[in-house]
Design a protein. Structure first.
Lengths: 319, 215
């Protein structure tokens, strides 16, 4: 038998934390203790640095609301027993004011975890006035929601501003391009007569594909009040809706320009950070979209470079 | 070893020295010494064993922190034997696993990629991914955190922790690669080349066959 030893250099890990989702359903709250153990075990098996909770259902009463907070708190405690640096986040709506019927214990959740990820999008999930296509994430409304969280005693550093990297593509039942008007189907949602469910969520890369390929797309216009962009295009109607052969669509989207303004809200209010749903919405391989993708990444870099301590932050690691 | 190779030893695997569980007293003493005197974390110590039921139970009962046990099931084992080992392993996992000590092996090419990350970032840039595959390295450059909304997370996890090794990024920045060492011992038994490493720093197959021919 022969034996020898040799040494080879290895690449060091780099500093992006990796998280898994908690997969919580309302039914799990009947035994929060068991659910916490299951989630902690899942994170451990996945070699994750943390867990993200994304319950988005209305909860029946105060006792169920309390159970959700207990579940989150217990999971965080189990994870921190194994790794004190575990990072736990909970996704919350753009405002704590009963959005889509969600009235959770926001302050209790904020206390239990590292960050609340504020989903500052789908802000037309409940349309109470005119059924029209409009912006997904207008910053004035975003800021109003954030202020409501502050009023509950939640520290700004506990909030991560989550922004959309996707668009809403609405089919217009009534259209006036000059007036930037697109009336949409009445699709009710949790009590509201209309909702953005009338539209289709599309990744930003689809928007650029339409703009690059469609011969009839209008030039994207910036709505300076809503800090969002929109354009019209027409596409063949679904087969069921004949005899109409084409229908008008209005697309509302965010790009590097509008997101840059929204990232600066997080900076101004000194929030705990920014985030996005989701990173797979932009194209990393399509050469035609390379300038748009580069601009999206540059906007993130600008946010970071203004904030991170060069001595110990990500700049020091990645640059 | 650290003196000989001028580099820090971070992981230890007990293997290639005869069945460690048949030398329990000394192995346990060595584990404690490595942990307490040399400063190698229990999570970085692995005992590779063919599986000796009573000894495995004893090791579990000693509750040596996070020491992992790798059980080798010989391909030639009968189904009866495999079933018997299954019971023992289950018992061991149950005993030690209560404290979350035993889990599957790291699925990444380099086992250190499964270790927790401490970001050091003052603020977060938190990205969700819906695709469980490896995220593109250019986006990883801009994030502090990534949350994968997919039940298949291994590929993403290994890539997230190992940007420099990413296939998209072969020409990427190398300046932050730590020159830590991976120590492998190669032994030849019959016609099989056995590779034992301090962690999973496996060589490309071609290189191993070249070595095998020269041994």
């Amino acid at each position: 038998m022969h034996a020898f030893v040799f040494v080879t250099p290895q690449a060091h890990q780099h500093n992006v934390r990796f998280h898994v989702k908690a997969n919580v359903h309302v039914d799990d709250l009947s035994d929060a203790h068991a659910a916490a153990a299951r989630i902690a075990a899942k994170a451990h098996e996945a070699f994750a640095d943390g867990v993200n909770f994304d319950l988005e259902s209305p909860l029946a009463d105060a006792s169920v609301v309390q159970k959700y907070t207990d579940l989150v708190r217990e999971t965080a405690s189990l994870l921190r027993q194994k790794n004190a640096a575990s990072l736990v986040t909970v996704d919350v709506p753009w405002s704590p004011a009963n959005v889509d019927g969600r009235s959770y214990d926001w302050a209790g959740l904020a206390d239990a975890v590292d960050y609340l990820f504020v989903m500052a999008y789908d802000m037309r999930s409940q349309i109470w006035d005119e059924c029209t296509a409009s912006a997904n994430s207008p910053p004035a409304q975003v800021e109003m929601g954030l202020q409501q969280y502050f009023k509950l005693g939640i520290q700004p550093v506990k909030l991560v501003l989550g922004l959309p990297w996707y668009a809403y593509d609405y089919s217009c039942v009534e259209v006036d391009v000059k007036d930037n008007f697109c009336g949409i189907d009445r699709v009710p949602f949790r009590g509201a007569p209309c909702s953005d469910a009338a539209g289709r969520q599309r990744p930003l890369m689809d928007v650029y594909t339409i703009l690059l390929d469609s011969s009839n797309a209008t030039r994207p216009m910036l709505d300076s009040l809503l800090v969002s962009k929109s354009f019209f295009y027409s596409a063949p109607s679904p087969p069921s809706s004949s005899p109409v052969s084409h229908e008008a669509h209005m697309v509302w989207f965010d790009d590097a320009d509008t997101l840059r303004t929204k990232y600066s809200v997080a900076r101004t209010l000194d929030l705990g950070g920014i985030g996005m749903w989701n990173i797979d919405c932009i194209s990393y391989s399509d050469g035609r979209q390379q300038p748009m993708t580069a601009a999206m990444l540059e906007a993130l870099r600008e946010y970071r470079s203004d904030l991170f301590d060069p001595g110990r932050g990500v700049r020091a690691i990645h640059r | 070893m650290e003196e000989a190779f001028q580099t820090r030893v971070s992981h230890v695997v007990f293997m290639g020295m005869g069945e460690p569980l048949m030398n329990m007293k000394n192995v346990v003493r060595a584990i404690r010494d490595l942990n307490e005197r040399v400063g190698i974390g229990e999570r970085h110590i692995t005992v590779s064993t063919v599986g000796v039921p009573n000894q495995l139970r004893r090791l579990a009962e000693l509750r040596l922190g996070a020491v992992a046990v790798v059980l080798w099931l010989a391909a030639t084992s009968s189904s009866f034997e495999r079933e018997a080992w299954g019971h023992v392993l289950h018992e061991h996992t149950h005993t030690v696993g209560e404290a979350g000590r035993v889990r599957r092996n790291c699925p990444c090419a380099d086992a250190r990629l499964c270790e927790p990350v401490s970001s050091g970032a003052a603020k977060v840039v938190y990205g969700f991914a819906v695709d469980g595959s490896a995220p593109h390295p250019t986006i990883l450059d801009e994030l502090t955190d990534i949350s994968v909304f997919n039940e298949e997370t291994d590929e993403a996890m290994c890539a997230v922790r190992s940007k420099e090794n990413h296939p998209h990024n072969r020409n990427g920045p190398r300046s932050f690669i730590a020159r830590s060492a991976c120590i492998c011992v190669y032994t030849r038994a019959h016609s099989i080349l056995i590779q034992s490493c301090t962690h999973s720093c496996l060589l490309p197959r071609r290189r191993i066959s070249t070595m095998s021919a020269s041994m």
